[in-house]
Design a protein around this ligand. Structure first.
Ligand code: IPM
Ligand code: MN
Length: 353
């Protein structure tokens, strides 16, 4: 029987509650599809940081390298200054494990969860492939004359051809495997970013012309893309974009798919160890009340199985989520308004996997 070692970081706030439900669904999936998941739990997060000053030690990164994947509930603590946990845990794992893809499926399950007028699940169904370790996030830049009236600070959108190319290739592969519109839209701002944008434009075209003649090439400026998300989301199939633009457009995308209750993401190293997480934060005000929506975490678990190669099980989880959401039992996707508890939603999905 195939078996996989999974590092589990429940994390802060409601993170452990949604993680519990995701593992419940994974347990149902492994029983049904005949594989085994071995979990190692880690207590990284705000609470541990406040106690020990430690975010994500190098020794943990070394242990993660030996795992097949990482599952992360949520990171974020009201008593920890913004930036410390994000940089110390999330970004550290992304960079250290070279998780160079951020994969964000954008799928609306129910018409009533979409804030856009007249849009249905048929209209909101695309994937964003965000470059996840380059660009402005590399931190290249600096500051001089800090605190003076003449202060200057830079943060550089730095990209090399190999980093762009591996991301673009991954996105073409996603497009081909999805086999829907077979269209890969590059989102950038090449009318202004004439150096970095042009590198993306040429790479998108060259790789496409050479190796993916079956895939249509499409381009949007990032500002226009945000309008089209609202006006005509049905245009999109797969989007590829650089890191910061991807960060911004995937939040907008999360809202049109029904919000943080369902949105999940994968920080993927296609040749290494990937990390999966629900997009919602630690939601401190809902902690311990059993009212947070676990579906985003369940979707993240499904993506994890898909990336591990357990595609049938992943598809079964997605089908179970669809069934649960259309059962009439879940009133809303918002925390506290579901009409069911966190545990009950997890039970409902687990029962139909
Ligand atoms: C995300 C988050 C992170 C990012 C933060 C928490 C560092 O917003 O995963 O989209 O900016 O990438
Ligand atoms: Mn973000």
């Amino acid at each position: 029987m195939k078996s996989y070692n999974i590092a589990v970081i429940g994390g802060d706030g409601t993170g452990p509650e949604v993680t519990r439900e995701a593992l419940k669904v994974l347990d149902a999936a492994q029983r049904k599809f005949g594989f085994k998941l071995h979990y190692t739990h880690y207590d990284f997060g705000g609470a541990r940081y406040l106690k020990t000053g430690e975010t994500l030690p190098d020794s943990a990164i070394e242990e993660f390298r030996k795992q097949h994947a990482i599952f992360l509930g949520a990171i974020g603590h009201p008593d920890v200054k913004p930036g410390i946990l994000e940089c110390g845990i999330l970004l550290k794992a992304r960079f250290a494990l070279d998780q160079y893809i951020n994969l964000r499926p954008v799928k609306l399950y129910r018409t009533e969860d979409c804030p856009l007028k007249d849009k249905t699940p048929q209209d909101v169904d695309f994937v964003v492939v965000r470059e996840n370790t380059g660009g402005i996030y590399t931190g290249v830049g600096g500051v001089v004359q800090k605190g003076t009236p003449m202060e200057i600070a830079t943060q550089v959108m730095i990209y090399g051809r190999p980093v762009v190319e591996r991301c673009v290739r991954y996105a073409y592969e996603v497009t081909r495997r999805r086999n829907k519109k077979k269209m890969l839209t590059l989102v950038h701002k090449c009318n202004v970013l004439t150096h970095a944008g042009d590198l993306w434009v040429r790479t998108h075209k060259e790789i496409g012309d050479q190796d993916y003649p079956d895939i249509k090439q499409d381009y949007n400026h990032v500002d226009a893309c945000t309008m089209w998300f609202v006006k005509q989301p049905e245009w999109y199939d797969v989007i590829v974009t650089e890191n910061l633009f991807g960060d911004i457009i995937t939040d907008l995308a999360a809202i049109i798919q029904g919000g943080l209750g369902v949105a999940a993401g994968g920080n993927i190293n296609p040749e290494g160890v990937s990390m999966f997480e629900p997009m919602g934060g630690s939601a401190p005000k809902y902690t311990g009340q059993n009212v947070i929506n676990p579906i985003a975490a369940i979707n993240a678990a499904g993506m994890m199985l898909d990336t591990l190669g357990e595609r049938e099980a992943a598809a079964a989880i997605d089908a179970a989520v669809t069934t649960a959401l259309n059962s009439g039992k879940i009133k809303s996707l918002a925390a506290g308004r579901m009409g069911l508890s966190t545990t009950q939603v997890g039970d409902l999905v687990a029962a139909t996997v």
